[in-house]
Design a protein around this ligand. Structure first.
Ligand SMILES: [Zn+2]
Length: 817
């Protein structure tokens, strides 16, 4: 996009502009009726006499702009295409006032407006990341120009308004917020609407939880747990960092149509509101939510207090928040965050690290903010966190924490780089850190570790601190040892020759592909379920990687999954491995027909057993039920459940009913009238999304045509409606029906760039990719599109990644089918 800021431009501007503050005055009074709002920004900053620079704004209409009291001629200074207002003839101290009419967004970026179908209420929230702050106020939008922000909002008198600073005045219809400490524009926010709130406090820090009114009961059920967990996390971060929470109040708002998992705006974190569970939830979902809460709180220091200077150091934010989020959750709660990390997050990261688009953790090479979105991936998050776990083992706890404290003390309210952090650890006593950092942080890809009797073999170049272990044919541990791996081979003592499984990273500590010999794969079904949790997680990741590399027959993998799931205690493993077995193993790697049915049958058999063994009403039972609905081939069973005859303890809530109806719709066993009927019963935002997904899933040419039109051409559809439509469009049992759309995807996807924001464009490119057409012809069409120069930059990486996934399925089928 032409509006995107380049690294060079940012560096030039940072040298010209300093001591910035913004006064933002928003008029949201007509939000319910209007698609626009008023925004007046007063920008004060220091510069050099005679210098020039530019402000950014993406308005519906730019009304006026003044510089130091003089009206600017908009015809001369305003470039609508790039969203830039040129400022020339600057003084030492400058004041710019910009007045504009702005558009509410419906793609989750800028000031998003959502009308809740449950009650017609209007909800607003602003997401400024990565480059959307100019969609609601005029600013120098780059992370290293920090500013004090003072916000005033006119809004309906019965609304709640929340922002980064504490509200200092509340008159009916008008609130103003205290000036914030210096902060980056990408974390500026405002939230407004008839939100339902629960308040609390912890150590004099006011806490708030907020959600739209239709989810009030759901929030109230969990509010006590959420507030207690928030307080415990604050204590833990205070202990670790030695710096008190720096942003005054701490509000957590659960927002509709939210693109990210959450966004760490100082003092006012925004989350996707699917984290407020309207129906039953699993412990795995609550673990993941707790991890997200702790992750966002880590950002209050890592990212918000000390901020990267440019997006190429994104890992300074995300790897640390991901690591600390899991570490703190594990420390202060009963949730097993590290098992969830291994089963869910690491699997995501491994997939990303083996694609053509992989990149080093540190230094992703981003020189254009539009491409920075690509770096919010499994590498910056999961791999970075796994590597930090290794770093703590390398540095020791004491040096790790002393270095961090020094880093915050030196860079609070400012910006810092990778080099600054290395320097802080070195001052704290770390040695040879440059070597370690370049091996782990400046390279991309995954090492392979294999353990045989007496020797651990490494293919790759990185140092590893691991625990090796041996297990017998009943899964009992025969021996273990702690090991530092620094070369191609490492001698290992004490591993018995007759072990059934030799595992190179038994505690799931490092970042590596674990290679197992063919005989071990074949023996695993006999004892995999008896292994300890970290070993089960390690094996499940090794399994997924071996299938993806066409090294392991998917049918053998299905046998291992069946054995693993049959008695799996951990809900995160049940969900992650069960979902992978259906979505990837059965629907991609195995061809349609007998082998796919057999794999689904194995998964269904094992989770059915889990379901009957699990305690009625438990999260484990619910996790098993969800996988079973996707796996079962028995549509009569699906109808029976949908009719209300569910196993004891399973609650037939709205989301479960949508899942069941979806199974019938996909096979042509339920029609649009039944979808409409359920949509009438479930008039929530989630219900609307489910209905959009099921309408796209209906196996008729008319339904596919309508869904495709929405995906490619509909300018008015909201981001969530588009994601739901894409999720329903392709189905592995409907390839005849969707065949004409394979070519259309590659011909038409480029046109979506003109009508949608970057986030939506990228996500839709991935989601609406013809992944069910596992054929060389699809790969050829992808290669042809990727070789053209007119393919928009924002589309390139998602299409490369989706094509790589498809290529792996094609390769596996050619080896094993
Ligand atoms: Zn984060």
């Amino acid at each position: 996009m032409a509006m995107s800021l380049l690294r060079e431009e940012a560096a030039t501007r940072a040298a010209v502009v300093s001591a910035v503050s913004y006064e933002i005055d928003l008029d949201l009074l007509a939000a319910a009726e209007s698609d626009q709002f008023g925004s007046v920004t007063t920008v004060r900053f220091a510069s050099h006499a005679g210098a020039s620079t530019f402000l950014q704004l993406r308005p519906a209409t730019l009304t006026s702009a003044t510089l130091n009291g003089n009206a600017l001629d908009l015809d001369k200074v305003w470039d609508a295409a790039s969203g830039r207002i040129a400022l020339a003839g600057l003084r030492e101290h400058n004041t710019v006032v910009v007045r504009a009419a702005m558009a509410y967004s419906h793609d989750g970026e800028g000031l998003h407006k959502h009308v809740d179908p449950a009650d017609g209420n209007t909800y607003l929230y602003a997401t400024s990341a990565l480059a959307a702050a100019p969609r609601w106020f005029a600013c120098f939008d780059q992370p290293d120009i920090k500013a004090e922000i003072t916000l005033t909002v006119a809004a309906p008198a019965d609304w709640t308004v929340i922002a980064n600073g504490p509200a200092t005045e509340m008159a009916p219809g008008r609130c103003s917020f205290a000036p914030t400490p210096p902060m980056s524009t990408y974390v500026a926010t405002v939230v407004a609407g008839p939100y339902h709130s629960v308040h609390g406090s912890h150590q004099n820090i006011p806490l708030g939880l907020h959600v739209r009114a239709s989810l009030a009961d759901a929030l109230d059920r969990d509010a006590e747990e959420l507030l207690a967990f928030t307080g415990a996390c604050l204590d833990q971060f205070h202990r670790m960092f030695g710096i008190q929470y720096p942003w005054g109040e701490y509000h957590q708002v659960f927002c509709p149509d939210f693109n990210w998992g959450a966004m760490e705006n100082p003092g006012c974190v925004t989350f996707r509101d699917s984290m407020i569970f309207r129906g039953r939830s699993t412990t795995a979902e609550r673990t993941s939510r707790a991890g997200t809460i702790a992750h966002e709180m880590a950002h209050m220091w890592f990212g918000n207090l000390a901020t990267f200077a440019w997006w190429d150091d994104l890992w300074l934010n995300e790897s640390f928040a991901e690591y600390l989020g899991h570490r703190v959750t594990q420390a202060v709660s009963e949730y097993d965050a590290w098992t969830e990390f291994g089963a869910v997050r690491k699997a995501w990261g491994y997939a990303a690290d083996r694609r053509p688009t992989t990149h080093p953790i540190a230094g992703n090479g981003i020189d254009d903010v539009a491409n920075a979105l690509d770096a919010f991936d499994g590498i910056s998050y999961a791999k970075g966190a796994a590597v930090l776990k290794q770093l703590v083992a390398y540095l020791g706890e004491d040096v790790f924490l002393r270095g961090l404290r020094a880093y915050f003390a030196a860079h609070e309210y400012g910006n810092a780089t990778f080099a600054d952090l290395i320097a802080a650890w070195t001052a704290a006593g770390a040695t040879e850190l440059d070597e370690w950092a370049s091996a782990w942080l400046r390279t991309s890809g995954v090492d392979t570790l294999a353990l045989s009797c007496g020797v651990l073999t490494r293919v790759g170049s990185r140092p590893h601190a691991v625990t090796v272990a041996a297990y017998d044919a009943r899964g009992a541990e025969l021996g273990r040892g702690r090991l530092r791996v620094s070369g191609p081979t490492t001698a290992v003592a004490g591993m018995p020759a007759d072990a059934s499984l030799l595992l190179p990273d038994a505690d799931d500590d490092t970042w590596a592909k674990l290679a197992l010999p063919p005989a071990t794969w074949e023996d695993l079904p006999a004892f995999v379920a008896a292994l300890p949790a970290p070993a089960r997680v390690g094996v499940s990741n090794a399994l997924r990687l071996a299938v993806a590399d066409a090294e392991l027959d998917p049918m053998i993998a299905a046998e291992i999954v069946e054995a693993l799931l049959r008695s799996e205690p951990d809900e995160a493993v049940i969900t992650a491995v069960g979902t992978w077995a259906l979505d990837a193993l059965a629907n991609r790697f195995l061809p349609p027909g007998a082998s796919r049915e057999s794999a689904c049958g194995r998964v269904a058999a094992s989770v059915r057993e889990l379901l009957s063994d699990a305690e009625p009403g438990s999260g484990r039972q619910l996790a098993a039920a969800r996988v079973l609905i996707g796996a079962t081939d028995d549509l009569d069973e699906v109808r029976t459940w949908l009719g209300g005859a569910v196993p004891e303890g399973v609650e037939l809530d709205a989301d479960l009913r949508w899942a069941l109806l979806g199974r019938l719709v996909a096979r042509g066993q339920a029609d649009a009238a039944q979808v409409d009927a359920l949509a009438v019963e479930d008039q929530s935002a989630q219900g609307a999304d489910h209905a959009a997904r099921l309408r796209a899933l209906i196996p008729t040419p008319e339904a596919k045509s309508a869904a495709w039109h929405t995906l490619i051409f509909d300018r008015a559809a909201s981001n969530y409606e588009l994601y739901a439509t894409a999720a329903g469009f392709w189905h592995p049992s409907q390839t005849e029906l969707t065949a004409p759309y394979v070519g259309r995807y590659f011909a038409e996807i480029n046109s979506t760039v003109a009508i949608r924001g970057d986030w939506v464009v990228k996500r839709l490119a991935a989601q609406s990719y013809p992944w069910t057409h596992v054929e060389q012809q699809t790969l050829d069409l992808a290669a042809a599109l990727l070789s053209t120069s007119d393919l928009a930059d924002v589309l390139r990486n998602p299409i490369i990644d989706a094509t790589d996934d498809l290529r792996r399925a094609v390769a596996s089928r050619s080896v094993f089918s």
